[in-house]
Design a protein around this ligand. Structure first.
Ligand code: ZN
Length: 210
């Protein structure tokens, strides 16, 4: 790292630390974060920083992070609205309760990488964002992008290609064995699960080549 890069890096780190103190995560407008500790916000900030480094196409694309009510076991949820703004929803009931949060990330899922961190859950959601952004970048109109996202067009393509390349046939049993139970839900979930797990199967490896 050059001196100038280092200065820029250091200034970014300081402004991110200040942003967390002011309630924002990664400089992204964060709403309803009262009751969530700054320590938890700092961990989220660090994981989001890591994910945006992995997926620079998503830099500047997430317009809001909001702590909100989600279904009871859902930690996070990637959303897109009709204007194609990306937003990350985080379950307020989990994030304001440190014991519940740590219990969930440490015990509930041993397939996410690295173990005992929020990173795996966020990576799952960021894989949805990647799919949305890909659809946006490959559509002529907002309606077209919305339609391609709604029908999981690109996730279907990736999953079907990967299944074919592995010589497998698509069935719930195979999806569950090769990826996870949640992967049987639809192809977007299958891709997100495959990308965020530490499990290694032929199908997961094939999907990760994408
Ligand atoms: Zn998902």
């Amino acid at each position: 790292m050059s001196y100038n890069d280092w200065v820029e890096w250091k200034n970014n780190e300081i402004s991110r630390a200040l942003a967390v103190r002011n309630g924002n995560i990664y400089g992204i407008k964060t709403t309803n974060g009262q009751g969530v500790s700054n320590e938890t916000k700092a961990v989220l900030d660090k994981d989001i920083h890591k994910l945006l480094k992995e997926y620079p196409v998503l830099k500047g694309r997430i317009s809001e992070i909001s702590f909100t009510e989600l279904s009871s076991n859902e930690i996070a949820s990637a959303r897109i609205n009709k204007n194609l703004d990306l937003a990350l929803k985080l379950n307020i009931n989990i994030f304001k309760n440190e014991d519940m949060l740590h219990g969930l990330i440490e015990n509930e899922n041993d397939m996410l990488s690295p173990e005992g961190s929020m990173y795996g859950y966020l990576k799952h959601e960021f894989t949805h964002f990647l799919e949305y952004q890909y659809a946006i970048d490959h559509s002529e109109t907002v309606d077209q992008a919305g339609n391609d996202i709604g029908t999981s067009k690109y996730a279907n393509e990736i999953l079907d290609d990967a299944i074919n390349n592995c010589g497998l046939t698509k069935s719930d049993d195979i999806m569950e064995a090769q990826i996870s139970k949640y992967a049987t839900y639809n192809s977007s979930e299958a891709i997100a699960e495959a990308n965020s797990t530490i499990k290694e199967t032929v199908l997961i490896k094939e999907i990760k080549k994408w």
